[in-house]
Structure formats: C-alpha cells, structure tokens
Design a protein around this ligand. Structure first.
Ligand code: PMP
Length: 369
C-alpha cells in the first residue's frame, strides 16, 4: 500500500508534482507565522457560543438553513455599521472561510478555458485555487517596493484579458494597501478588456489605516469584496468567510455552492461572535498599535520594513532569508518565510510575544554586526 504515490494515481495532469499549501505548524513558544489573532475569544463569548451551539444541536437531525439568512443579515449589518455604506442580505454571501468564497467565485467565473490574474507576490492561494478549479493563472507584476505598478498591471490585463482579477488590499504577505484609485483604474481596465470580475480580497481590512472599498460595489456589478472572520474576529478556527457584491453575484455563486455547505454549528458560532463585535474590534485596535510598534522597532534595529496596513509586517533584507528564519526559530519564535528572496513576515502577537520576537531579531542583528 505505502509504495503507491500520488503520481501513481490517475490525478489531473496539472496536479502532478505539486505540494499542498501549508505553513509549518510547529510547537514553539511564540508562533507569529500565520497572521492569526493572538487573543483567545473572551469567556462571555465562549459561553454564548456554547449556548447557541446547544440550541443548534437540538435540530442537528435537520439540514441547516441552506441560505444562512440570519447570518447573512447580521454580516450585512456589520458591514453597514463599519463602512457607512448600506448593504443588505441580498448583497452578502457566506462560506467556510474566504478561501471557499474564492473557490466558489472561481468555479462561477473562472474554470477550464478561462484565466485569473493576481499581482505577485500576493496571497498564494489565489493561484492555487485557480489551479484547483481548472482556471489558468497569470502572475501579474509588482514594483520592487511591492506597490502595484498601475501601467504594467493595466498592460497585463489588456494583454491577457483575464476573466477574474484579484486585488489583495491590504496585501498578504507584504502588508501594504492598494490605493482606491488604483483599484478603480484596474476595474476599468478589466471591464475594457473583457469584461471580467474583479475580486478585492479584504481579509485584513479591519487592521488598515484606510477604509474598506465596499462602497465601490454600488453601480459596479462586476466588483466583489471578499472578507473573513479569521483575522479581525479572532476566529480562524471557525472557518467563516463572506463576500459583498451586487445581488446578481450572490445569485450566481449559488449555482456552484454545495447544498447546506455552512453547517448549523458554524452558523450558530458565527452569529454568537457577531454579537460580540465591539469587544473583538477592541482587540483589533490593540493589534494595530502593536503592528505599528513592530514597524517602528524593526526600523530602529536597522531592518527594512514595508509599510503595513495589516496585522503583520514584512521585514528584511536578508542575504539568505531561510537561514535567518531558522535562526529566529532557534530562539523560539516562528515567523514566516514566504519564499520572497530577502524578506520574512511576522504577525503581530500579544505585546509579550512581540517583545520575544524583537529580542530575537535584535540579538541576531548584534551577532551579524
Ligand atoms: N485572503 C487572504 C489575503 C489571506 O491572507 C487569507 C488567510 N491567510 C485568506 C484570504 C483566507 O482566509 P480564510 O479562509 O481563513 O477566511
């Protein structure tokens, strides 16, 4: 049995020789590698989840609400309250993490014979989900400072005429936000070229100095804003992502969603978390302050740091980023090597975790000078 490998199976050609996505899950004292929220859910919320899930358990013999109406209504309220732009149930769709939202979008608007573009380095799952859905992937350009070169991006869109355009803002792994004017210009370029769907991935928007681009969905039916409860809501384990767009987009993704894809337990847990939005957004403010401290201190130590609007910071430059990653790990701190030559990424943790990280890189810098 054990001598049979993936490539011995009749897997699709484009999956041959590939590895699954995944950051190392190592058991070390300080884990700052996957942009999680370091704060456990507050105890009153844990209690409320238990209550809500207990209620849901009484009906687990039945399929869940297939359209997740209560949850989507509450998500719409959250978006309206935080963006000042009114959206309703018909504008919002939810799935198991924004990864599934993205998968459903690519199943709907991409697929065999179609292409999607992202401006890299960016969130690598966009390309991987494209591959998984049979969508051709185009790696668009970025400047050396990781900003989007608008002229080059517009040229790539005009040349390749992709069916889906991904814009991640704030960008992962680099942390910088894309100016709204650039997003609008890329939307126009994508409409002129095809027209195509433009997916703005706002997984980290709650940590940004700037505002969500949500209001831009008005009058732009080909624009989708993708969001998640994994970061700001501190609920990566919940698996709840959502999108806001024109109601026609919400109708379209329902053509590919699996029936009852969001379990009753997931819906109950997410609803409980949304009842505690104010407390959870309080943690976001602390994390933003810690993120700004990381930027300042890393610069003071002498590292190059990319301006960050997210809950993580990209820093460098290293002759050999992987060796440095290992040296930081040897000091008990796990950061992320995304394979971008010269750079590493650290997620903002609790003040104590960030101190441990800063002590580690300070010691490294001393060792090297
Ligand atoms: N988009 C971006 C830019 C991300 O960094 C992540 C998580 N790392 C996701 C989407 C996926 O988040 P989730 O599936 O947990 O909602």
């Amino acid at each position: 049995m054990s001598d049979v490998r993936i490539d011995d199976l009749p897997v699709r050609d484009e999956l041959r020789g590939k590895s699954p996505y995944g950051a190392p899950q190592l058991d070390v004292p300080v884990r700052l590698n996957t942009n999680e929220n370091p704060y456990p859910l507050p105890e009153p919320l844990v209690e409320r989840i238990a209550e809500r899930v207990r209620e849901a358990a009484r009906n687990l013999n039945r399929y869940p609400d297939r359209d997740a109406v209560e949850l989507r209504t509450k998500l719409a309220e959250y978006l309206t309250d935080t963006s000042g732009h009114e959206v309703g149930l018909a504008n919002v769709w939810a799935a198991n993490g924004s990864n599934e939202v993205i998968q459903q979008l690519l199943q709907t608007f991409g697929g065999p014979g179609r292409t999607a573009i992202g401006f890299e380095p960016s969130y690598s799952m966009h390309g991987l989900i494209a591959r998984g859905t049979g969508t051709g992937w185009i790696s668009g350009p970025r400047n050396d400072d990781f900003t989007i070169d608008l002229a080059a991006a517009e040229k790539a869109i005009a040349e390749h005429r992709p069916d889906v355009v991904f814009i991640t803002t704030p960008n992962n792994p680099t942390g910088n936000a894309v100016p709204p004017e650039t997003v609008l210009a890329l939307y126009e370029a994508a409409q002129a070229a095809k027209p195509s769907m433009v997916v703005v991935d706002e997984a980290y928007i709650e940590f940004s100095h700037g505002d969500s681009l949500l209001p831009l969905i008005d009058g732009r039916p080909n624009l989708v804003i993708s969001r998640t409860m994994s970061k700001a809501f501190g609920a990566a384990g919940l698996r709840l992502g959502y999108l806001a767009a024109h109601p026609a987009v919400v109708d379209a993704v329902q053509l590919v969603r699996l029936p009852y894809h969001l379990s009753a337990v997931t819906q109950a847990t997410a609803l409980a978390a949304l009842e505690h939005t104010a407390t959870l957004l309080g943690y976001v403010e602390q994390l933003k302050a810690e993120r700004d401290r990381l930027v300042r201190e890393l610069r003071a130590i002498g590292y190059d740091v990319v301006e960050s609007d997210a809950n993580f910071v990209q820093f460098g430059r290293f002759e050999d980023a992987h060796t440095t990653w290992q040296k930081i790990l040897d000091r008990g701190v796990l950061v992320r090597d995304n394979g971008i030559p010269g750079w590493l990424r650290v997620s903002a943790g609790t003040p104590e975790e960030n101190d441990a990280f800063l002590d580690a890189v300070r010691a490294l810098k001393k060792e090297q000078s």
